[in-house]
Design a protein around this ligand. Structure first.
Ligand code: ADP
Length: 485
């Protein structure tokens, strides 16, 4: 049934350095969203396999934490090189299971390598403090230590790079990991195991378990050996994980949903705004948590922005991610298409005008036409709900105060974008927007050097930047007394 064999395509769990099946022998099928065909299977594991993975990670931690930062740095650099040496093959695997274009998949794999390199470097800079002591005969020291075993749960939209931001800082800090990739895209997750093995990370440092999400999740949350959970996914599941891990008081990092506004003021460079809008909207067919959910355009430039955005949208080349020149692949599955259809129907019923798209693509399956809707209004569902598809609703606004209020009228606070040529306005609006990340005159802002993360119900903690390793470290205060000074 394999359409393409990749040296990194593992169809087994990685536990304590062994590639193994689920105890029951049960498997889950993995489907290529571009053609609906089965790519292969992965184990359908549950609590028992997860427990063994956690115990293996705990045993490995006892040795891994004693390695020097330089040793860890060198291994992570090797991991970076191995990813880049195999960029094409890892990208093909990613496209096959996820659907995004090979161009984007290569970009994602490159980003994974960049995160690994960044954290290889940051690991060497996890400084502590020596604090001036209030006591003459005591000294105060503050050190940083790895938290221990961490568990990472990741989504299907960036199955490689979401793990890079978790595995790399964990290993750099001296932690070991248990990973659960999404059921739709497990192979890019399992590939991390193959890569870590290839470059010589010790057995048990990275363990990967696929299967029943809630059974695996429950074991992760309740097992006291897991000291931190790092999750990227929906706000709904994030809340469950926070609640369940309260019983064992774990550290949590949560990268949850978004509802990104993209604001265009009438003093903006409209062509630049359209360029940014295309990236902020249609990357990965609109299936990213930082994708624009709501365009707000000031009245004077509204018509021209809609016209230019629709013209650029119409030019997007839709197809299988594997085909040369494809810019937009299929949505992940039928459910995703149905959600998009529902939201468009709701907008149509409330007076939205479909400027381009608005229906399934002639290619069939889960392909959907990139869509621009004008005359969007706040009573439409996409004012509050994440679209996660290639749909651009454009709202009209009059004043700066009004649009900041509209943009903030959501429980989410991940990324936001705005375009203006006015410096004072840039600062006012930036300070007024309650979001974790702001792009000013830029529509694509993610990079390993900067702290990625949200506020409000978009999450807790940061990934990337020098902040991205902090969550994998405990701070220890040491008081040295009786010095007789
Ligand atoms: P999405 O809507 O993007 O699929 P989810 O939050 O449902 O987002 O999924 C993100 C990750 O969380 C996936 O790996 C999924 O399998 C996992 N997941 C879903 N439900 C649970 C749960 N109850 N416990 C642990 N992990 C879960």
């Amino acid at each position: 049934m394999l359409q393409k064999s990749s040296p990194f395509m593992k169809q087994a769990n990685l536990i304590n350095g062994e590639w193994v099946q689920a105890d029951s022998g049960a498997t889950l099928d993995v489907i290529n969203p571009a053609n609906g065909q089965k790519i292969g299977t992965v184990p359908k594991s549950g609590a028992a396999e997860t427990r063994r993975a956690i115990e293996a990670a705990d045993a490995a931690f006892k040795l891994w934490r004693k390695t020097s930062v330089l040793e860890r740095h060198k291994l992570l650099r090797k991991l970076h090189d191995a990813i880049m040496d195999n960029q094409q093959s890892l990208a093909e695997l990613l496209t096959m299971e996820q659907g995004k274009s090979l161009f984007e998949a290569k970009g994602e794999v490159g980003a994974s390598a960049a995160y690994v390199l960044w954290f290889a470097e940051e690991g060497r800079r996890t400084y502590g403090d020596v604090v001036p002591s209030p006591w003459a005969d005591r000294r105060i020291m503050v050190t940083k230590e790895p938290v221990g075993v961490i568990a990472a749960i990741t989504p299907w939209n960036f199955p490689s790079s979401m793990l890079a931001r978790k595995i790399a800082p964990a290993l750099a800090a001296g932690c070991t990991a248990v990973v659960k990739p999404a059921a739709q895209t497990p192979y890019s997750g399992l590939a991390w195991g193959a890569l870590c093995e290839e470059v010589g990370f010790p057995k048990g440092a990275v363990n990967i378990v696929t299967g029943a999400a809630s059974e695996i999740g429950d074991e992760i949350c309740s097992n006291p050996l897991v000291r931190k959970i790092t999750f990227t996914g929906s706000t709904e599941v994030g809340k469950i994980l926070i609640q369940k891990s309260a019983a064992t008081v774990k550290k949590v990092s949560m990268e949850l949903g978004g509802n990104a506004p993209f604001i265009v003021f009438d003093d903006a460079d409209i062509d630049r705004a359209v360029q940014g809008a295309m990236l902020a909207k249609y990357r990965n067919s609109g299936q990213t948590c930082v994708c624009t959910n709501r365009f707000f355009v000031q009245a004077k430039v509204y018509d021209s922005f809609v016209e230019k955005l629709a013209a650029a949208t119409l030019k997007l080349k839709i197809g299988s991610g594997m085909d040369e020149g494809t810019e937009q692949g299929p949505l992940i599955d039928e459910k995703a298409v149905e959600k998009v259809e529902e939201l468009i129907e709701d907008a149509r019923a409330k007076g939205g005008k479909i400027i381009t798209g608005g229906k399934r693509h002639a290619l069939g399956g889960s392909f959907y036409e990139p869509t621009v809707i004008s005359e969007a209004t706040p009573d439409m569902r996409f004012m509050k709900e994440e679209i996660f598809g290639p749909v651009a609703p454009v709202f009209r606004f009059e004043t700066e105060e009004e649009v900041v209020q509209l943009a903030n009228d959501t429980e989410f606070g991940l990324a936001c974008y705005f375009y203006t040529g006015n410096l004072g306005r840039a600062y006012r609006v930036m300070e007024g927007l309650k979001y974790g990340m702001v792009g000013i005159n830029e529509g694509l802002i993610t990079t390993p050097e900067a702290p990625f993360g949200g506020v409000k119900e978009s999450g807790l903690g940061k990934e990337g930047g020098h902040q991205g390793i902090e969550d994998y470290l405990d701070t220890k205060y040491v008081c040295i007394g009786g010095l007789g000074l």
